[in-house]
Ligand binder design. Structure first.
Ligand code: DGY
Length: 322
């Protein structure tokens, strides 16, 4: 690195030790208030910067990327998901984009199990009974949730996180099925059944876990037709991105009881989610907490810092996407 430190715009408050490391490496322009910046504010603050450290709340669309100052050579996102960044637009401007895989796999897989179990066992209505003081007595026949062991889990998107959930789900006695574009080698399948098409896997999925990336191919993929192929009483869990699901279709299936329940950590239009989800007693919902532990968030920040440091010392960032 030259004696002049590269100038980095960091769009959100990050864990303290990540900020300390960034400050040692770079001349940091911070967002002290931690209020989400508009595209206009990002453009103004990026003036004179060499790189950006952004998060999933920053929509780096083609328009914004095209308008970035010429000095910007790298965008490092504090996330594994990169659907908020137009990679083609970044490539066209010769901007390197990096993300933070691996370090949030376990935290996100743990949360997937929480959602799966919570949705199956009625955590949402159970907590409501406690909070609203409507629990009058234990009863043999009500209220009841659903068993998990011995049922089938269909995983849509068997990447790092999907595989980590499969490992946990096996321990709960679930039979694992999965769909992804390419079949995994046997040592990574660990007995899971591969389905070359999502449609083929759906009738065998008592639980459907959405764990794929949000891409032009997967956006809106979980629609009425897909949900209609699930067995009656199936449970849908989404830990990926809200835009993979058609909200009208999912809400109708939950309202009608065709689906028994859903466990959702991600939503279309976060944080302004479809208000009908709040009314459904068979929805166990969390506010995008997949990676939300101090150790994981610290590791994500350090990984983003590693990528920036590698880039500015002339190396190749290990998590380069462009
Ligand atoms: C990611 O990293 O993409 C997650 O959604 C943030 O928790």
């Amino acid at each position: 690195m030259t004696s002049q430190k590269p100038v980095i715009l960091v769009t959100r408050k990050l864990p303290d030790d990540v900020e300390q490391r960034l400050a040692a490496l770079f001349d940091v322009r911070a967002n002290a208030d931690d209020v989400q910046m508009t595209s206009r504010e990002i453009l103004v603050a990026a003036e004179g910067c060499d790189g950006l450290l952004v998060t999933p709340t920053d929509r780096m669309d083609a328009h914004l990327i095209a308008a970035l100052p010429d000095t910007i050579r790298i965008i490092a996102t504090f996330s594994v998901g990169h659907d908020h960044i137009d990679l083609e637009a970044a490539r066209a401007r010769g901007i390197t984009v990096t993300h933070t895989p691996d370090v949030l796999t376990d935290a996100t897989a743990d949360l997937a199990m929480l959602l799966l179990l919570g949705a199956a066992r009625g955590a949402h209505w159970g907590m409501r009974m406690i909070r609203e003081d409507t629990w009058d007595a234990w009863a043999p026949t009500h209220p009841l949730g659903h068993d998990v062991g011995g049922r089938r889990l269909g995983i849509f998107g068997m990447g790092r996180i999907g595989r980590a959930v499969a490992g946990r789900a096996r321990a709960f006695g679930l039979e694992i099925h999965y769909h992804k574009r390419h079949r995994l080698p046997p040592e990574e399948e660990i007995g899971a059944t591969y389905h070359a098409s999502l449609e083929e896997m759906l009738p065998l999925s008592d639980f459907l876990l959405i764990a794929c990336a949000s891409t032009s191919e997967t956006r809106g993929r979980i629609d009425r037709e897909v949900l209609a192929r699930l067995p009656g009483g199936a449970i849908v869990v989404n830990i990926a991105r809200g835009d993979i699901v058609n909200d009208d279709a999912l809400i109708e299936a939950l309202q009608s009881g065709r689906l028994a329940a859903a466990g959702l950590d991600v939503f279309n239009g976060e944080p302004d989610i479809d208000p009908r989800y709040r009314e459904l007693d068979n929805v166990f919902a969390l506010p995008h907490l997949g990676s939300a532990t101090p150790d994981t968030r610290r590791a994500m920040g350090m990984r983003a810092a590693d990528n920036l440091e590698a880039f500015f010392t002339g190396g190749c960032p290990r998590d380069a996407l462009t």
